[in-house]
Design a protein around this ligand. Sequence first.
Ligand code: NAP
Ligand code: MG
Length: 398
Amino acid sequence: MAKIQMKTPLVEMDGDEMTRVIWQEIKDILLLPFIDLKTEYYDLGLAHRNDTDDRVTVDAAEATKKYGVAVKCATITPNAARMDEYHLKKMWKSPNGTIRALLDGTVFRTPIVVKGIEPYVKSWKKPISIARHAYGDVYKASEVRVPAGAKAEILVTDRDGRETRTPIHDFQGDGVVQGMHNLDGSIISFAHACFRYALEQKKDLWFSTKDTISKTYDHRFKDIFAEIYEQNYRADFEKAGITYFYTLIDDAVARVIRSEGGFIWACKNYDGDVMSDMLATGFGSLAMMTSVLVSPDGVYEYEAAHGTVQRHYYKQLAGEETSTNSIATIFAWSGALRKRGELDGLPELCAFADKLEKASVDTIESGVMTKDLYLISSLPNKKAVNTTEFLQEIAKRL
Ligand code: NAP
Ligand code: MG
């Protein structure tokens, strides 16, 4: 059989631990037999990040900007324990944080829905994607404890030195104060990424904040989205038969639970953090959650939402059998290959991505799955297989 040809390389970012093991197996068992795989390889494994003083992460992000599509394996974000384990020169930053900052992107997370893994919410039939704004608010805030008798104000000094003071509170008892910010530029990028992604996916876009209470801060988000929609996207949305819908966050939560799914829900940073875990759990499993970073100028980086599955890796190192779910990582590859195919006009590559996803879902729906799914699947004739067997079962169907 002739292998499918590619034109432009994918930016391939290798990673750590169990997902690094799976990464190689996915390529060997599911990709290389069918595709003349072209990638520009960056090793984001922690040892190599350390050797290159984390230069490799920046290089990989730059390459992503150049080529437009990347696929990334899960990576360790170092903490104190990892400093010792990997003899690190420094506690390197989260690669995802570094890449996100360089691409100025928005992360979209979408669950993979399969028969037998029923959402906890009965009405959910189609996946709901979360778009989380990844800049500012409480994640870049300053906080202080305030003693009784103190007065707190917001003081803004403009570039000419003029001061504006806005009262916060006169403290009769002890308390706390928090100051946070966001940037129009970042909100604008977020809005463009959401509207573009909705058009591409041909799905409705919802956006929610608490602008009735936060009449300046959250209202700014609402206004920016509304302006950008009217100026740049309304006509295209109408042509595509999709809608943009703004509502209050509490109303959105109620509607999400009653909905059938099938839309994209854009959230501010904190709301997105909370709601994406709610959705992942609600749909059944973190191991079935895909993630794509989309920059406002249309650059894409695909990955799984879960981490490096450290516990399974140590079992593997000890020579024990593992049953790690590779679905989200497979879908990262299929997402990236399909996008590459679309950009380069390679329908065969797009078709391969569709078939790979179908073979993966068919495998689980036929009752063959990894242990994490086995524990929650309602299928009558289910069977748990190990990490490699699961990939081989998909290959059979592919
Ligand atoms: P994790 O890798 O997501 O795993 C947490 C637990 O969830 C696992 O121990 C496993 O449960 C279950 N699980 C997750 N993915 C699974 C899969 N594909 N198949 C089967 N079970 C799965 O989170 P972590 O162990 O807290 O973090 C490990 C490392 O990942 C950390 O160093 C962290 O920095 C990194 N991390 C990276 C990313 C990223 O690169 N995007 C994201 C998050 C975390 P059981 O053990 O019960 O089987
Ligand atoms: Mg979280």
